[in-house]
Design a protein around this ligand. Structure first.
Ligand code: MG
Ligand code: MG
Length: 257
């Protein structure tokens, strides 16, 4: 089901987006060798509460996956080969790690969802290249999120950048509709063919989130039943924004302006 947002709904999503962006900016100042992902989780929890919002993730139970416990964290924190859905723990980040921080906040009933991959101290050039490419994948995806384009154009844009650099695109997890629910109405592959699929319309709000792997695209779920990691143990990067389709330029809701 496709849910189009009215201007007042978009205004609330903008506020949710601002909270999420504030959290990611603050976490960015704290990511360094020695910090634990649980400490980062607490920073996020404090900021979200201070803004009168709630975490979209804490207590989340997915519709489809049986047997998963409710998600225990405020944020997801996924390190190195972990792709998404990592649970914050007392693990200390170390120099050279890359950590994917995913933040969702619900403000007055409306969700926004965004993720960034942060380097911990100095990282090697392979990690740097992977992070840069994933950021470019997201940028290329947002550039085609315009009225009249189709879902397939988004996946095709991501795929073109990633495959052009010899990386693979995770296909077992996708981008998605977002708004009144964290996962609202539809999933959208991060690969695809141009001019295929549902046509983008103003009022559509999408959490677009390329997950790009250094090695194979395949994934596995760790013993905690949440953390998704690469099948081959190689690095993965993840960037995400919540974007509204408009009559003109795409509007990124999860940035600070
Ligand atoms: Mg997310
Ligand atoms: Mg998402």
């Amino acid at each position: 089901m496709i849910v189009l947002k009215s201007p007042p709904e978009l205004a609330l999503m903008r506020q949710a987006g601002h909270i999420v962006a504030t959290v990611l900016a603050e976490i960015g100042h704290h990511v360094k060798p020695g910090v634990t992902t649980l400490e980062l989780d607490q920073i996020a929890a404090d900021i979200i509460a201070k803004h009168g919002a709630v975490s979209s993730f804490k207590g989340y139970i997915p519709d489809k996956t049986a047997g998963q416990p409710p998600f225990p964290g405020t944020i997801c924190a996924s390190v190195n080969d972990e792709i998404v859905h990592g649970i914050p723990t007392t693990r200390r980040l170390k120099e050279g790690d890359i950590v994917k921080i995913d933040v969702g906040a619900c403000y007055k009933g409306y969700h926004a969802d965004s993720a960034t991959t942060f380097p911990v101290g100095r990282v090697n050039r392979y990690a740097q290249e992977l992070m840069l490419t994933t950021q470019e994948c997201l940028k290329s995806a947002i550039a085609v999120m315009r009225k009249g384009n189709r879902f397939g154009d988004i996946g095709a844009a991501i795929q073109r950048v990633a495959h052009g650099r010899g990386y693979s695109v995770v296909e077992e997890y996708s981008s998605h509709g977002v708004g009144r629910k964290l996962h609202e109405g539809f999933s959208l592959m991060n690969t695809g063919e141009e001019d295929r699929g549902f046509m983008l319309r103003p009022g559509l709000t999408i959490a677009v989130e390329p997950m790009i792997n250094q090695g194979v695209a395949g994934t596995k779920v760790k013993k905690d039943l949440w953390t998704v990691a690469t099948k081959d143990g190689k690095l993965s990067a993840h960037f995400e924004h919540t974007v509204a389709i408009t009559d003109g330029e795409p509007e990124v809701l999860t940035i600070l302006n």
